[in-house]
Design a protein around this ligand. Structure first.
Ligand code: SF4
Length: 343
């Protein structure tokens, strides 16, 4: 059984978005769904999302969809995982306490979709040509989880097929969601790496609100692997707690149980141990005052970062132990998988 669908409580449209077929189509669909629609100036300045407290504003924003045009066609860099970010969507409907976007999207992380996908992909094509015959990689989830809005827009579908046709372009994105059926028929040509962000079941339960369960995600991964997509798993953030070893091992066992044996020739893993910055901690406490996330500075090691954003990571011995055990577990169940990094 798939998890439930994102149904916005309200939507805002830039009038220009209605000049694009996808904008029109989303508009009609939302009208049918009886979602209240307001026309707005710019997708960057949305007023009219209710909420007196930070918690309410956050929740209401997560139920708000803004349909707009991506004006700036300069793509941001995305080192080290890709050359460029591909701007298709922003934010997502889930409420993970440790969401990596919490510090960048501000107090009202409403969902945005950009309907001028042909122009966006046209720009991607120019970037690809500049580097050809070198391969250019694009990341589709740098500022969002792109799956919750996919059933309305088809943006990923279009993008996957675009990269399927590009000899020198490659696409990757990551999701915590399981509504992947519409993407199973896309002609990907092996050029899109379909990654799932997963965690120990109890961690998902405790911190990843409004997301599909581990089992649902793993089932979705099995479906896309069966359709020949290169797949990847981001296990993040990995926590160190009593029983962590067993629980992360169970996670790998669950993957092993579900993933078809014949579709394992090209699997990647990315591993990220839990860390936090002061700023992220303050944001999290603002929105989730009751959070049980382990964020005691004195237990961690401080690592200086760029622009003064130092982060609190696990102590070296803990990191070493986590790395060793995670590598061992992955090698046991997926001897041919590539572990891209552990940080
Ligand atoms: Fe953030 Fe991803 Fe969770 Fe959405 S699913 S709230 S983007 S961590």
């Amino acid at each position: 059984m798939m998890s439930h669908q994102f149904i916005p409580k309200r939507a805002f449209f830039e009038p220009k978005a209605l000049e694009y077929p996808i904008g029109q189509q989303v508009y009609e669909q939302l009208q049918e769904m009886k979602v209240p629609i307001t026309l707005t100036g710019s997708h960057n300045r949305i007023t009219g999302i209710p909420g007196d407290t930070s918690q309410q504003a956050y929740q209401e924003a997560k139920n708000t969809l803004v349909v707009g045009i991506r004006k700036s066609l300069d793509f941001a860099g995305c080192k080290p995982s890709a050359h460029y970010q591909l701007p298709l969507t922003t934010s997502c409907s889930s409420m993970c306490e440790y969401c990596y976007l919490a510090t960048t999207l501000g107090k009202k992380p409403y969902l945005r979709v950009y309907v001028n996908v042909d122009e966006i992909l046209g720009q991607a094509n120019r970037y690809i040509e500049e580097r050809a015959p070198e391969i250019t990689w694009f990341e589709g989830a740098a500022t969002s989880d792109p799956i919750p809005t996919e059933y309305l827009t088809g943006l990923l579908y279009n993008t996957i097929e675009f990269f399927g046709r590009e000899p020198f372009g490659r696409f990757r994105f990551v999701t915590k969601h399981d509504r992947v059926d519409s993407l199973l028929t896309a002609k990907h040509n092996g050029h899109t790496r379909f990654r799932f962000s997963i965690n120990a079941a109890s961690i998902i339960d405790q911190y990843e609100h409004k997301t599909p369960t581990l089992i649902q995600r793993v089932e979705a991964a099995a479906k896309v692997a069966e359709k020949g997509y290169p797949v990847g798993f981001i296990i993040a953030p990995i926590f160190y707690y009593p029983g962590w070893k067993e629980e992360y091992l169970q996670l790998l066992q669950e993957l092993d149980k579900q993933l078809p044996k014949k579709d394992r020739s090209d699997i990647t893993f990315e591993l990220i141990a839990h860390r936090f910055t002061k700023r992220a901690k303050n944001n999290i406490l603002d929105i989730f005052p009751e959070t049980k996330l382990p964020m005691k500075e004195e237990e961690r090691k401080f690592k200086y970062g760029q622009f003064g954003y130092g982060k609190y990571i696990y102590q070296k011995e803990t990191m070493d132990e986590m790395k060793k055990d995670m590598h061992k577990g992955i090698h046991t169940y997926f001897p041919h998988a590539a572990i891209e990094y552990f940080v």
